[in-house]
Design a protein around this ligand. Structure first.
Ligand code: HEC
Length: 456
């Protein structure tokens, strides 16, 4: 039966074809009554109506696949059914000479239904705004980068990101907020509120807008549009912070270790930035919206891992030593959190009290913190962990040994293990884990920029 559903996108072109030909001939006949298409008109509409009916049936098969936006798919279905009904009605009435006066109105309804059904169908397959999106700004523009050091930061890295995520609203066709981001001169000029990239990185209007919570009306890109990944945000911030040059090459710009690994990932990922992983995710209750609101207000970035799951990714940005009291609130999300990033220099063991209650945690990053082996002891109870990054923390080789009991662990980053014999021993103890002890050999991994496919 599945195959019937798969045929839908092909099948729908039949009613469109028959009905348009039929409507055109009928219109011609109305304008020029001497035209007589004889027996042709009725069979054309009958074929159109049957094809519309078959399209409906095949569409209904496809509808339950869960791949589509429910509201749009429902409208598309209702319009499709109406279209099939009206097509049959039209065919039937064509045969009844007496009712011909009302037929032109029916023809108009049929045309309108055809356009609306087709439009919703297009929205389902191509995304909303498929009629207006400038396709030449698509991802395909992103060139493959052979050596990231020789790349021009703006031209090869930043502009392709802006083209992909911003230019549909800030380009030649639309200039929302009076701002264009499609070339360097326009970016320098800024928008209705003046300069977008000048000043200290975090004050620059562009970054402020990007870092606003997704629910904020001023968040960029608007929340229903493709969002920037955390790597892309890191690259834009770095570019602005280092003076937003339009000509400098990557090798001529100072970088710290975190931007170096972002660059590395960017190069490896090439034109395809996101990686798809198939994972079975647990079903959990939705997080308390009040807690989420409070945490967001404190500057914590909270993102759902997909729009069909209640699981969350948390990044403790913007917290300070004293605001870590908020950990008690974070603990309320222990069911939902699967990715936790707390790469903040003041973080100590006591801040992460009861981290072992976060039973669904898959990925944790605690780089540049003061945590010790005590936290690792707690992490060793988290059976779902896939990736642990404790680079540049106070964790030692002894502590890391405890992770042997984590069957699902795949990546361990510990660049502080400068003594290579320790690294060697650890690797032998953890044969299924990729132990990474050099700053720059970071592979592409399941990060929070990952597009997650939920399989039940
Ligand atoms: C779906 C359309 C859309 C997309 C995509 C989009 N924006 Fe916007 N942007 C707007 C609208 C609408 C405004 C003006 C209204 C407002 O100020 O919120 C705006 C305003 C702005 C402003 C303020 C300009 C000024 O001077 O007031 C900045 C900065 C900005 N966007 C940056 C970006 C960046 C960076 C991206 C890509 C990462 C982006 N936008 C993607 C619609 C969009």
């Amino acid at each position: 039966m599945e195959i019937v559903g798969k045929l839908h996108p092909l099948l729908v072109h039949l009613p469109i074809g028959f009905l348009i030909i039929g409507l055109l001939l009928y219109g011609w006949k109305l304008v020029d009554p001497t035209r007589n298409f004889g027996e042709a008109l009725r069979p054309i509409f009958l074929l159109g109506a049957i094809a519309a009916l078959l399209s409906c049936l095949s569409g209904l098969q496809l509808m339950d696949s869960g791949e589509y936006d429910v509201a749009t798919v429902t409208r598309h279905r209702n319009m499709g059914i109406a279209l099939a009904v009206v097509s049959f009605l039209f065919w039937f009435r064509l045969g009844q000479q007496s009712l011909n006066k009302r037929l032109p109105f029916l023809a108009i309804s049929l045309s309108v239904l055809l356009v609306i059904t087709g439009h919703y169908g297009g929205t389902l397959t191509h995304g909303s705004g498929f009629l207006t999106v400038d396709t030449k700004d698509s991802k395909k523009d992103r060139k493959e980068i052979k050596n990231i050091e020789d790349a021009i930061l703006f031209g090869d890295i930043i502009q392709p990101i802006l083209s992909e995520k911003c230019v549909s609203c800030h380009g030649a066709e639309k200039q929302k907020g009076n701002l264009r981001l499609d070339d360097s001169l326009k970016i320098s000029k800024g928008g209705k509120n003046g300069k977008t990239v000048s000043g200290n990185a975090d004050d620059a209007l562009m970054l402020r807008r990007i870092l606003l919570p997704p629910d904020d009306d001023e968040h960029m890109p608007p929340k229903e549009k493709g969002q920037l990944s955390s790597d892309e945000i890191a690259l834009i911030r770095w570019w602005i912070k280092e003076g937003h040059s339009f000509s400098l090459k990557v090798k001529d710009i100072p970088k710290d270790s975190s931007i170096a690994s972002v660059l590395k990932r960017f190069q490896q990922a090439g034109p395809q930035q996101t990686e798809t992983i198939e994972e079975k995710w647990p079903e959990v209750a939705a997080a308390d919206p009040e807690v989420v609101r409070l945490l967001r207000k404190a500057g914590i970035a909270i993102t759902p891992i997909s729009n069909t799951s209640n699981l969350l990714s948390l990044n403790l940005l913007n917290l300070t030593d004293s605001s870590m009291r908020i950990w008690e609130e974070i603990r309320k999300l222990r069911e939902q959190v699967v990715i936790l990033k707390a790469d903040l220099p003041f973080i100590r063991d006591e801040h992460l009290k009861n981290i072992d209650e976060f039973t669904h945690l898959r990925k944790i990053s605690l780089t540049h913190t003061q945590i010790t082996d005590k936290v690792i002891q707690q992490l060793s109870a988290l059976a779902e962990l896939r990736s642990v990054n404790i680079s540049n923390s106070h964790v030692t080789y002894r502590g890391l040994e405890k992770l042997v009991q984590l069957d699902k662990l795949r990546y361990l980053y510990a660049i502080q293990l400068t003594d290579s014999s320790y690294a060697q021993q650890l690797q032998e103890k953890l044969p299924n884990v990729e132990v990474l002890v050099k700053p720059f050999d970071v592979p592409i991994l399941v990060s929070d920029t990952t597009e997650v496919v939920v399989t039940k």
